[in-house]
Design a protein around this ligand. Structure first.
Ligand code: KG4
Ligand code: ZN
Length: 337
Protein backbone atom coordinates (compact mmCIF):
# COMPACT_ATOMS: atom_id res chain seq x y z
CA UNK A 1 0.00 0.00 0.00
CA UNK A 2 1.38 3.42 -1.03
CA UNK A 3 0.80 6.22 1.45
CA UNK A 4 1.49 9.95 0.95
CA UNK A 5 2.47 11.83 4.12
CA UNK A 6 2.52 15.60 4.61
CA UNK A 7 4.22 17.58 7.40
CA UNK A 8 3.84 21.37 7.90
CA UNK A 9 3.86 21.79 11.69
CA UNK A 10 6.74 24.27 11.93
CA UNK A 11 9.27 25.56 9.41
CA UNK A 12 9.76 22.65 7.02
CA UNK A 13 7.29 21.80 4.26
CA UNK A 14 7.71 18.06 3.79
CA UNK A 15 6.11 15.24 1.79
CA UNK A 16 6.99 11.56 1.54
CA UNK A 17 5.71 8.38 -0.06
CA UNK A 18 5.97 5.12 1.87
CA UNK A 19 5.21 1.57 0.79
CA UNK A 20 3.59 -0.57 3.50
CA UNK A 21 4.46 1.99 6.17
CA UNK A 22 8.13 1.19 6.41
CA UNK A 23 9.75 1.52 3.00
CA UNK A 24 10.52 5.14 2.11
CA UNK A 25 10.06 5.63 -1.65
CA UNK A 26 10.64 9.39 -1.45
CA UNK A 27 11.10 12.05 1.20
CA UNK A 28 11.21 15.72 0.19
CA UNK A 29 11.86 18.60 2.58
CA UNK A 30 11.59 22.28 1.62
CA UNK A 31 13.35 24.19 4.38
CA UNK A 32 12.48 27.74 5.46
CA UNK A 33 15.73 28.29 7.37
CA UNK A 34 16.81 31.19 5.14
CA UNK A 35 13.40 32.88 5.51
CA UNK A 36 13.57 33.01 9.31
CA UNK A 37 17.32 33.55 9.75
CA UNK A 38 17.09 37.35 9.98
CA UNK A 39 14.60 37.06 12.85
CA UNK A 40 16.60 34.49 14.84
CA UNK A 41 13.55 32.21 15.11
CA UNK A 42 10.46 30.97 13.29
CA UNK A 43 7.93 33.73 12.48
CA UNK A 44 4.58 31.88 12.49
CA UNK A 45 2.81 34.06 9.91
CA UNK A 46 5.71 33.93 7.45
CA UNK A 47 6.02 30.18 7.97
CA UNK A 48 2.34 29.54 7.18
CA UNK A 49 2.52 31.62 4.01
CA UNK A 50 5.69 29.85 2.88
CA UNK A 51 4.02 26.43 3.39
CA UNK A 52 1.16 27.57 1.19
CA UNK A 53 3.57 28.62 -1.56
CA UNK A 54 5.52 25.36 -1.78
CA UNK A 55 3.18 22.60 -0.59
CA UNK A 56 1.91 21.64 -4.06
CA UNK A 57 5.38 21.44 -5.62
CA UNK A 58 6.74 19.56 -2.59
CA UNK A 59 3.97 16.96 -2.83
CA UNK A 60 4.47 16.67 -6.60
CA UNK A 61 8.20 16.06 -6.07
CA UNK A 62 7.44 13.28 -3.57
CA UNK A 63 4.90 11.72 -5.94
CA UNK A 64 7.54 11.51 -8.70
CA UNK A 65 8.54 8.24 -7.00
CA UNK A 66 5.29 6.63 -8.23
CA UNK A 67 4.86 5.96 -11.98
CA UNK A 68 1.14 6.76 -11.79
CA UNK A 69 1.49 9.68 -9.33
CA UNK A 70 -1.78 10.30 -7.47
CA UNK A 71 -3.35 7.26 -9.16
CA UNK A 72 -0.90 4.94 -7.38
CA UNK A 73 -1.83 6.19 -3.88
CA UNK A 74 -4.03 4.28 -1.46
CA UNK A 75 -3.92 6.48 1.64
CA UNK A 76 -2.75 9.78 3.10
CA UNK A 77 -1.39 10.94 6.47
CA UNK A 78 -0.88 14.48 7.72
CA UNK A 79 0.46 16.10 10.88
CA UNK A 80 -2.45 17.66 12.82
CA UNK A 81 -0.41 18.78 15.88
CA UNK A 82 1.45 19.83 17.91
CA UNK A 83 2.87 22.89 16.16
CA UNK A 84 1.94 26.33 14.86
CA UNK A 85 -1.80 26.55 14.13
CA UNK A 86 -1.50 28.47 10.84
CA UNK A 87 1.17 26.05 9.60
CA UNK A 88 -0.78 22.94 10.60
CA UNK A 89 -3.85 24.30 8.82
CA UNK A 90 -2.02 24.45 5.49
CA UNK A 91 -1.07 20.77 5.62
CA UNK A 92 -4.35 19.45 7.04
CA UNK A 93 -6.52 21.46 4.61
CA UNK A 94 -4.40 20.40 1.65
CA UNK A 95 -4.39 16.74 2.69
CA UNK A 96 -8.12 16.55 3.44
CA UNK A 97 -9.05 18.34 0.21
CA UNK A 98 -6.85 15.96 -1.79
CA UNK A 99 -8.19 12.93 0.09
CA UNK A 100 -11.77 14.02 -0.60
CA UNK A 101 -11.06 14.62 -4.28
CA UNK A 102 -9.21 11.32 -4.74
CA UNK A 103 -11.49 9.33 -2.36
CA UNK A 104 -8.54 8.23 -0.23
CA UNK A 105 -8.57 7.51 3.50
CA UNK A 106 -6.63 10.12 5.49
CA UNK A 107 -5.28 10.03 9.06
CA UNK A 108 -4.33 12.97 11.29
CA UNK A 109 -1.02 12.22 12.99
CA UNK A 110 0.85 13.59 16.01
CA UNK A 111 4.19 15.11 15.06
CA UNK A 112 5.60 13.58 18.27
CA UNK A 113 4.43 10.12 17.27
CA UNK A 114 6.22 10.82 14.00
CA UNK A 115 9.48 11.46 15.84
CA UNK A 116 9.03 8.24 17.87
CA UNK A 117 8.36 6.27 14.68
CA UNK A 118 11.43 7.72 12.95
CA UNK A 119 13.36 5.10 14.93
CA UNK A 120 11.05 2.31 13.75
CA UNK A 121 11.69 3.52 10.21
CA UNK A 122 15.46 3.72 10.69
CA UNK A 123 15.90 0.20 12.10
CA UNK A 124 13.89 -2.62 10.48
CA UNK A 125 14.59 -4.85 13.51
CA UNK A 126 13.05 -2.40 15.99
CA UNK A 127 9.59 -3.25 17.33
CA UNK A 128 7.78 -2.13 20.46
CA UNK A 129 8.29 -2.20 23.35
CA UNK A 130 11.04 0.43 23.18
CA UNK A 131 11.98 3.55 25.09
CA UNK A 132 12.30 6.82 23.15
CA UNK A 133 13.94 10.10 24.09
CA UNK A 134 12.27 12.78 21.97
CA UNK A 135 14.51 15.86 21.84
CA UNK A 136 13.44 18.69 19.55
CA UNK A 137 12.95 22.44 19.47
CA UNK A 138 9.66 22.18 21.32
CA UNK A 139 9.95 18.91 23.26
CA UNK A 140 12.11 16.92 25.62
CA UNK A 141 10.20 13.77 26.48
CA UNK A 142 10.79 10.21 27.57
CA UNK A 143 8.23 7.85 26.10
CA UNK A 144 7.73 4.10 26.40
CA UNK A 145 6.10 2.76 23.27
CA UNK A 146 4.59 -0.40 24.79
CA UNK A 147 2.93 -1.45 21.56
CA UNK A 148 1.92 0.21 18.30
CA UNK A 149 -0.56 2.90 19.26
CA UNK A 150 0.13 2.51 22.98
CA UNK A 151 2.62 5.03 24.40
CA UNK A 152 3.27 5.96 28.04
CA UNK A 153 4.67 9.43 28.68
CA UNK A 154 7.33 8.98 31.38
CA UNK A 155 8.98 12.41 31.61
CA UNK A 156 8.89 15.91 30.13
CA UNK A 157 10.79 19.14 30.57
CA UNK A 158 9.65 21.51 33.31
CA UNK A 159 10.68 24.57 31.32
CA UNK A 160 12.71 24.87 28.11
CA UNK A 161 13.08 22.08 25.59
CA UNK A 162 16.63 20.88 24.87
CA UNK A 163 16.63 22.31 21.34
CA UNK A 164 15.22 25.60 22.62
CA UNK A 165 18.15 25.80 25.07
CA UNK A 166 20.63 25.25 22.20
CA UNK A 167 18.88 27.99 20.21
CA UNK A 168 18.90 30.48 23.12
CA UNK A 169 22.53 29.79 24.02
CA UNK A 170 23.48 30.28 20.37
CA UNK A 171 21.91 33.74 20.51
CA UNK A 172 23.84 34.60 23.73
CA UNK A 173 27.04 33.61 21.96
CA UNK A 174 26.23 35.51 18.77
CA UNK A 175 26.05 32.30 16.71
CA UNK A 176 23.94 31.92 13.58
CA UNK A 177 20.38 30.59 13.48
CA UNK A 178 19.45 27.73 13.72
CA UNK A 179 21.27 27.46 17.02
CA UNK A 180 21.76 23.73 17.52
CA UNK A 181 24.14 23.08 14.63
CA UNK A 182 25.97 26.39 15.31
CA UNK A 183 26.60 25.53 18.96
CA UNK A 184 27.78 22.07 17.93
CA UNK A 185 30.24 23.54 15.40
CA UNK A 186 31.57 26.10 17.91
CA UNK A 187 31.86 23.44 20.62
CA UNK A 188 34.10 21.28 18.44
CA UNK A 189 36.99 23.70 19.04
CA UNK A 190 36.28 24.22 22.75
CA UNK A 191 37.19 22.72 26.11
CA UNK A 192 34.03 21.25 27.72
CA UNK A 193 35.65 21.61 31.16
CA UNK A 194 36.45 25.30 30.84
CA UNK A 195 33.26 26.63 32.47
CA UNK A 196 31.76 24.70 35.38
CA UNK A 197 28.04 24.69 34.52
CA UNK A 198 25.31 23.01 36.61
CA UNK A 199 24.46 19.37 35.93
CA UNK A 200 20.70 19.18 36.45
CA UNK A 201 19.31 15.73 37.33
CA UNK A 202 15.65 15.57 38.30
CA UNK A 203 13.73 12.37 38.93
CA UNK A 204 11.04 12.02 36.27
CA UNK A 205 11.63 15.31 34.46
CA UNK A 206 14.13 17.48 32.62
CA UNK A 207 14.99 21.16 33.07
CA UNK A 208 17.18 23.41 30.93
CA UNK A 209 16.39 26.92 32.14
CA UNK A 210 18.94 26.80 35.01
CA UNK A 211 21.67 25.76 32.61
CA UNK A 212 20.68 28.48 30.16
CA UNK A 213 20.79 31.10 32.93
CA UNK A 214 24.19 29.83 34.07
CA UNK A 215 25.52 30.40 30.54
CA UNK A 216 24.06 33.92 30.60
CA UNK A 217 25.89 34.67 33.89
CA UNK A 218 29.13 33.12 32.62
CA UNK A 219 28.99 35.46 29.62
CA UNK A 220 28.21 38.48 31.83
CA UNK A 221 31.04 37.58 34.22
CA UNK A 222 33.57 37.81 31.39
CA UNK A 223 33.28 41.58 31.87
CA UNK A 224 32.38 44.36 29.46
CA UNK A 225 35.86 44.52 27.91
CA UNK A 226 35.60 40.90 26.78
CA UNK A 227 32.23 41.42 25.09
CA UNK A 228 31.17 42.89 21.75
CA UNK A 229 28.64 45.72 21.51
CA UNK A 230 25.97 43.02 21.17
CA UNK A 231 27.13 41.46 24.46
CA UNK A 232 28.64 38.32 22.96
CA UNK A 233 32.15 37.01 23.76
CA UNK A 234 34.95 38.48 21.59
CA UNK A 235 37.57 35.78 22.14
CA UNK A 236 36.97 32.73 19.90
CA UNK A 237 38.50 30.27 22.41
CA UNK A 238 36.27 31.60 25.21
CA UNK A 239 33.23 31.35 22.96
CA UNK A 240 34.16 27.79 21.97
CA UNK A 241 34.67 26.91 25.65
CA UNK A 242 31.22 28.21 26.55
CA UNK A 243 29.60 26.30 23.70
CA UNK A 244 31.45 23.09 24.61
CA UNK A 245 30.70 23.43 28.34
CA UNK A 246 26.99 24.05 27.65
CA UNK A 247 26.76 21.15 25.20
CA UNK A 248 28.47 18.79 27.65
CA UNK A 249 26.08 19.74 30.47
CA UNK A 250 23.00 19.42 28.23
CA UNK A 251 24.12 16.05 26.86
CA UNK A 252 24.96 14.81 30.36
CA UNK A 253 21.45 15.59 31.60
CA UNK A 254 19.78 13.91 28.61
CA UNK A 255 21.91 10.78 28.73
CA UNK A 256 21.61 10.39 32.50
CA UNK A 257 17.81 10.72 32.30
CA UNK A 258 17.66 8.21 29.48
CA UNK A 259 19.90 5.64 31.18
CA UNK A 260 17.93 5.86 34.44
CA UNK A 261 14.64 5.41 32.58
CA UNK A 262 16.07 2.43 30.71
CA UNK A 263 17.05 0.85 34.04
CA UNK A 264 13.71 1.65 35.66
CA UNK A 265 11.61 0.27 32.80
CA UNK A 266 13.92 -2.59 31.89
CA UNK A 267 13.65 -1.51 28.25
CA UNK A 268 15.90 -3.57 26.01
CA UNK A 269 15.78 -1.19 23.06
CA UNK A 270 16.20 2.56 23.26
CA UNK A 271 15.75 5.28 20.61
CA UNK A 272 16.93 8.88 20.51
CA UNK A 273 14.90 10.99 18.07
CA UNK A 274 14.09 14.60 17.11
CA UNK A 275 16.21 17.49 15.83
CA UNK A 276 18.64 17.47 18.76
CA UNK A 277 19.41 13.79 18.05
CA UNK A 278 21.40 15.16 15.09
CA UNK A 279 23.97 16.34 17.66
CA UNK A 280 27.15 14.24 17.41
CA UNK A 281 28.13 14.68 21.06
CA UNK A 282 24.72 13.36 22.15
CA UNK A 283 24.88 10.48 19.67
CA UNK A 284 28.34 9.46 20.88
CA UNK A 285 27.43 9.72 24.58
CA UNK A 286 24.27 7.65 24.18
CA UNK A 287 26.10 4.96 22.19
CA UNK A 288 28.85 4.83 24.81
CA UNK A 289 26.38 4.37 27.70
CA UNK A 290 23.81 2.11 26.02
CA UNK A 291 25.72 0.42 23.20
CA UNK A 292 23.93 -1.93 20.84
CA UNK A 293 20.51 -1.37 22.40
CA UNK A 294 20.33 2.07 20.84
CA UNK A 295 18.73 3.29 17.62
CA UNK A 296 19.55 6.82 16.51
CA UNK A 297 18.09 7.59 13.07
CA UNK A 298 20.25 9.19 10.37
CA UNK A 299 20.23 13.01 10.41
CA UNK A 300 17.54 13.36 7.72
CA UNK A 301 15.10 11.36 9.86
CA UNK A 302 16.00 13.26 13.07
CA UNK A 303 15.08 16.74 11.88
CA UNK A 304 11.51 17.36 10.72
CA UNK A 305 10.41 15.25 7.75
CA UNK A 306 7.28 13.60 6.39
CA UNK A 307 8.58 10.02 6.21
CA UNK A 308 8.29 9.71 10.00
CA UNK A 309 4.73 11.07 9.84
CA UNK A 310 3.94 8.46 7.20
CA UNK A 311 5.26 5.64 9.40
CA UNK A 312 3.22 6.75 12.44
CA UNK A 313 0.23 7.41 10.18
CA UNK A 314 0.38 3.98 8.59
CA UNK A 315 0.32 2.29 12.02
CA UNK A 316 -2.63 4.44 13.01
CA UNK A 317 -4.47 3.67 9.78
CA UNK A 318 -3.95 -0.09 10.24
CA UNK A 319 -5.40 -0.03 13.74
CA UNK A 320 -8.12 2.61 13.56
CA UNK A 321 -8.81 3.26 9.88
CA UNK A 322 -9.06 6.73 8.36
CA UNK A 323 -10.30 9.78 10.26
CA UNK A 324 -13.64 11.35 9.31
CA UNK A 325 -13.05 14.29 6.95
CA UNK A 326 -13.22 17.69 8.64
CA UNK A 327 -10.84 16.91 11.53
CA UNK A 328 -9.19 19.99 13.02
CA UNK A 329 -5.64 20.86 13.96
CA UNK A 330 -4.49 20.66 17.60
CA UNK A 331 -1.49 22.95 18.24
CA UNK A 332 -1.03 21.43 21.73
CA UNK A 333 -1.60 17.76 20.80
CA UNK A 334 0.13 15.59 23.40
CA UNK A 335 0.17 12.16 21.74
CA UNK A 336 3.17 9.89 21.16
CA UNK A 337 1.64 7.06 19.14
O1 KG4 B 1 12.66 18.11 15.46
P1 KG4 B 1 13.05 19.44 14.93
O2 KG4 B 1 13.65 19.51 13.55
O3 KG4 B 1 11.84 20.43 14.97
C1 KG4 B 1 10.94 20.43 16.06
O4 KG4 B 1 10.01 19.57 16.04
O5 KG4 B 1 11.17 21.23 16.98
O6 KG4 B 1 14.08 20.06 16.00
C2 KG4 B 1 14.63 21.34 15.84
C3 KG4 B 1 15.57 21.61 17.00
C4 KG4 B 1 16.09 23.04 17.03
O7 KG4 B 1 15.97 23.55 18.35
C5 KG4 B 1 17.55 22.88 16.62
O8 KG4 B 1 18.40 23.88 17.16
C6 KG4 B 1 17.86 21.51 17.18
O9 KG4 B 1 16.70 20.74 16.93
N1 KG4 B 1 19.03 20.91 16.52
C7 KG4 B 1 20.19 20.61 17.15
C8 KG4 B 1 21.08 20.14 16.16
N2 KG4 B 1 20.42 20.14 14.96
C9 KG4 B 1 19.17 20.61 15.20
N3 KG4 B 1 20.54 20.74 18.44
C10 KG4 B 1 21.80 20.37 18.77
N4 KG4 B 1 22.71 19.91 17.88
C11 KG4 B 1 22.41 19.79 16.56
N5 KG4 B 1 23.29 19.33 15.69
ZN1 ZN C 1 10.00 17.94 15.15
Amino acid sequence: MNLLAIETSCDETAAAVLRDGREVLSSVVASQVALHADYGGVVPELAARAHLEVIATTVDAALDALPGGWDDLEAMAVTRGPGLAGCLLVGTCYAQAAAAARRLPVVGVSHLAGHVYSAWLADPSLEPPFLALVVSGGHTDLVLLRDHGDAVHLAATRDDAAGEAFDKVARMLGLAYPGGPSVERAAAAGDPGRFPLPRTHLEGSFSFSGLKTAVRYAVRDLGAAALTGAGTPRDPATLAGLAASFQAAAVDQLVTGLVRAAERTGAERVAVVGGVAANQALRAAVRERLGGAVVIPPMALCTDNAAMVGAAGWQRLMRRGGDPLGFTVDPALDEFA
